[in-house]
Design a protein around this ligand. Structure first.
Ligand code: NAP
Ligand code: G3H
Length: 462
């Protein structure tokens, strides 16, 4: 009999051992895929009400277990406990919304005579049919929320799921699915394929049993998956380099609070984090003077203290962010605050006079560094925004709504936030990155649609 390999997981903040997960073999993945393939046709014959009730029991279990799951999540990915708890509750809310929204999805009806030469005797009806086996691959930074955002709509639309959690985050993913199993999930409807993406990733994404892939993660892995997976539907949520464009300082407190939480929440490890500021030169000194003291107010420390900035997910990530900071300083950026490091903990860092020849002007740090780029005009800000390989979100801060509305449609991004930080939620808003930030649209209704297909039934009358 095959022996099972395991991966041991440690807490990024303390290096304490947290537990182990199976490193699935190809044979185990084959077995899961076969079970997933056999189970969805029966599941797809259940009523929407049955599926919705399963999801409601799942969300109730998550609310009941929220403290325990949040504790695990907080340790596993070094996210502040309070934010981890919010993630679990947000996930329960999301699942409830998915369960309700799918009940309200209607197909369409067409008359044949709407088309030239068409007949009144022909009519067509569409309904949402499942795709089959959905492969859900989630990232480390929201191991519960971004996993459920794939699993819940897949189940509501009648699919089965192979869930590949991020390795760092897999224990939280296992807890998420345990709550679903306890809610009465039919056997094998959702199965967890744990293991390093670098080892099992290529195999699962090319598996012939997979009918759809929903991926959230980095651009490099996303691109690889899209090249390998072939002709199956895919939705990708990838990285970002979200800009905040500052037109004036009319609401200084609100502006600073949005910029700080937007850039440094969960140590900048959010796809939607503010990752660069474009500020008009005449107000740049004032902005720097407003932001610098606010940097000192950012709480730092261990996840259980609810600090905003905690140790990063691993040393490699800290090395990468430090490399961006060092490159910028070497090329003339001014450090207004921070640039201190201890192992994988990086102090929140504010850089001024960042210029386009510096890597930090373009690359996604996924860490606590905020570059200020001074621009001579709004046109320059728009141009620099649009020269990015990414196109997730942007923010515009200012008091003249007409100016803002003139700029917003010119920004090549999925979402423009006015006088607010970039962020995904609430989770029913359509959420899509363009360019290297993604492919397809998420957000509850769009996720439900992406995990189903419109099947037509055509009636021919005598
Ligand atoms: P990542 O390294 O790309 O990993 C994402 C997932 O892909 C993990 O489950 C990983 O497994 C798996 N994986 C790795 N190699 C694979 C392969 N060859 N084939 C298939 N799967 C593979 O990303 P991350 O570090 O977890 O997350 C950070 C990135 O995600 C950032 O770029 C961030 O902007 C992006 N993100 C985007 C959104 C969005 O909605 N746009 C949301 C959150 C995060 P292992 O953990 O085992 O390697
Ligand atoms: O990391 C990507 C998440 O989807 C961001 O969600 O904007 O609510 O933090 P958030």
């Amino acid at each position: 009999m095959e022996t099972q390999d395991f991966i041991t997981l440690y807490a990024p903040a303390t290096n304490d051992e947290l537990g182990t997960i199976p490193a699935c073999s190809q044979a185990q993945i084959d077995e899961m895929m076969a079970q997933a393939t056999s189970v969805w046709p029966e599941w797809s014959q259940t009523t929407l009400e049955t599926r919705s009730q399963l999801l409601k029991r799942w969300s109730a279990n998550l609310r009941r277990d929220a403290e325990n799951i949040a504790h695990l999540l907080s340790q596993e990915i070094a996210k502040a406990y309070a934010d981890s708890y919010k993630e679990v509750i947000r996930t329960a809310d999301l699942i409830d919304y998915v369960a309700d929204d799918a009940l309200r999805m209607n197909g369409e009806a067409y008359r044949g005579d709407q088309f030239p030469g068409g007949s009144r005797k022909k009519m067509a009806f569409s309904h949402f049919a499942p795709l089959g086996v959905v492969l859900a691959i989630s990232p480390f930074n929201y191991p519960v929320n971004l996993a459920a955002a794939k699993i819940a709509p897949a189940l509501m639309m009648g699919n089965s799921v192979i869930f590949k959690p991020a390795t760092q985050g897999a224990l939280s993913g296992v807890a998420l699915v345990a709550a679903l199993v306890e809610a009465g999930m039919p056997e094998n409807l959702v199965q967890i394929a744990t293991g390093r993406g670098s080892v099992i990733g290529d195999y699962i994404v090319q598996h012939s049993a997979v009918n759809m892939i929903s991926f959230t993660g980095s651009v490099g892995i996303g691109r690889r998956i899209s090249q390998l997976a072939g002709m199956i539907p895919q939705v990708h949520e990838l990285g970002g380099k979200d800009a905040a464009i500052i037109l004036d300082l009319d609401q200084p407190q609100r502006l600073v609070s949005e910029l700080i939480s937007g850039a440094f929440g969960y140590s900048g490890q959010r796809c939607t984090a503010i990752k660069r500021i474009f500020v008009l030169e005449p107000i740049a000194d004032q902005l720097a003077a407003l932001l610098t003291p606010a940097m000192a107010e950012i709480t730092t420390g261990m996840p259980e203290t609810n600090a905003m900035v905690t140790p990063l997910i691993d040393n490699g990530s800290a090395d990468f962010v430090q490399g961006l900071i060092d490159d910028a300083i070497e090329k003339g950026a001014h450090v207004l605050f921070g640039n201190e490091r201890q192992a994988n903990f990086l102090a929140p860092t504010l850089l001024d006079h960042v210029t386009p020849d510096m890597r930090v002007a373009w690359e996604e740090p996924f860490g606590p560094v905020l570059p200020i780029i001074r621009v001579q005009s709004v046109e320059e800000a728009i141009r620099l925004n649009n020269e990015s390989e990414f196109g997730l979100q942007a923010s515009i801060f200012g008091s003249n709504i007409e100016d803002i509305f003139a700029i917003a449609p010119r920004l090549q991004v999925g979402t423009v936030n006015i006088n607010g930080r970039s962020e995904r939620g609430p989770d029913h808003f359509p959420f899509a990155g363009i360019k290297n930030s993604g492919m397809g649209t998420q957000g509850v209704r769009r996720s439900l649609e992406s995990m189903s297909r419109q099947q037509m039934t055509v009636l021919n009358l005598k």
